[in-house]
Design a protein around this ligand. Structure first.
Ligand code: NAP
Length: 173
C-alpha cells in the first residue's frame, strides 16, 4: 500500500512552537512528512540568521519524540517561480499533499496540480520568527516560544550573539 506523504515548507528562522504544532497536526493525518527548509542558501542576516544545517538540527532534534517518519531537506530558492515546484520535486521524496498558508506557495503548487491543505500557525502573535528574533535582540525572554531542543541548538551555536553582531552590521530588511 502506498504511504501518504505530506510536504511542509518554511524558513524556520528559527523553528518555533507554532511550526511544531502544525507538524504535530500533520503527523496525525499522514504516514510520513517531508519538511523543506526554504531559503536554504541564506544565513547570517537579521531576517535569516541561521544556516540550513543549523535549522536541520533544530527540526530533527525537536521531532525526535514524534512517532512519525520525517525527512528534513534544505531547499535553496531559485530565481524562477515557474520551475520552483519541479526543483522541490527533484530534491524530495514523493509527496501527495502540501500543507501551507503562504499564498505564493499555494498558487505554485495548485498550478502544478498538487493538493493543498491550509495550515494556519497556532497563536500567531507570539509564535512568530520575527517576534522571536526581536526578543533575542532586546534581551527579552524567547525560550518559551521554541521547543527545548531549539534552545539547546541556539545556545550551542551562540545564536543570540550572532544576531546581536549582525544588528550592528546588517541593515534591517
Ligand atoms: P516565508 O516567506 O518564510 O514566511 C512568510 C511569513 O509567513 C513568515 O512571517 C512566517 O512566519 C509566516 N508563516 C509561515 N508558516 C505559516 C503558517 N503556517 N501560518 C501563518 N503564517 C505562516 O514563507 P514560508 O511559507 O515560511 O516559506 C516558504 C519558503 O519557500 C521560503 O523560504 C521561500 O523563499 C520559498 N519559496 C521559494 C520560491 C522560489 O525559490 N522561487 C518560491 C516560493 C517560495 P515565521 O517567520 O514565524 O515562520
Amino acid at each position: 500500500m502506498n504511504r501518504h506523504r505530506a510536504f511542509y515548507i518554511g524558513r524556520f528562522q528559527p523553528y518555533h512552537l507554532g511550526h511544531h504544532s502544525v507538524i504535530q497536526k500533520i503527523a496525525k493525518e499522514v504516514d510520513e512528512i517531508v519538511i523543506g527548509i526554504g531559503s536554504a542558501q541564506k544565513s547570517h542576516t537579521l531576517e535569516d540568521p541561521f544556516t540550513a544545517g543549523e535549522r536541520v538540527m533544530m527540526i530533527s532534534r525537536s521531532l525526535e519524540e514524534l512517532d512519525t517518519t520525517y525527512y528534513v531537506i534544505p531547499i535553496m530558492d531559485v530565481d524562477r517561480h515557474a520551475i520552483w515546484v519541479s526543483h522541490i520535486r527533484s530534491l524530495t521524496p514523493p509527496f501527495d499533499v502540501v500543507y501551507s498558508n503562504n499564498p505564493l506557495v499555494i498558487d505554485l503548487f495548485s498550478e502544478a496540480g498538487v493538493k493543498i491543505k491550509k495550515s494556519p500557525l497556532f497563536q500567531r502573535g507570539a509564535y512568530s520568527g520575527t517576534e522571536i528574533r526581536r526578543r533575542m535582540l532586546n534581551d527579552e525572554k524567547w525560550e518559551d516560544l521554541v521547543p527545548k531542543a531549539v534552545v539547546k541548538v541556539i545556545e550551542e551555536i551562540d545564536g543570540v550573539q550572532r544576531l546581536k553582531k549582525l544588528s550592528k552590521t546588517d541593515s534591517p530588511g
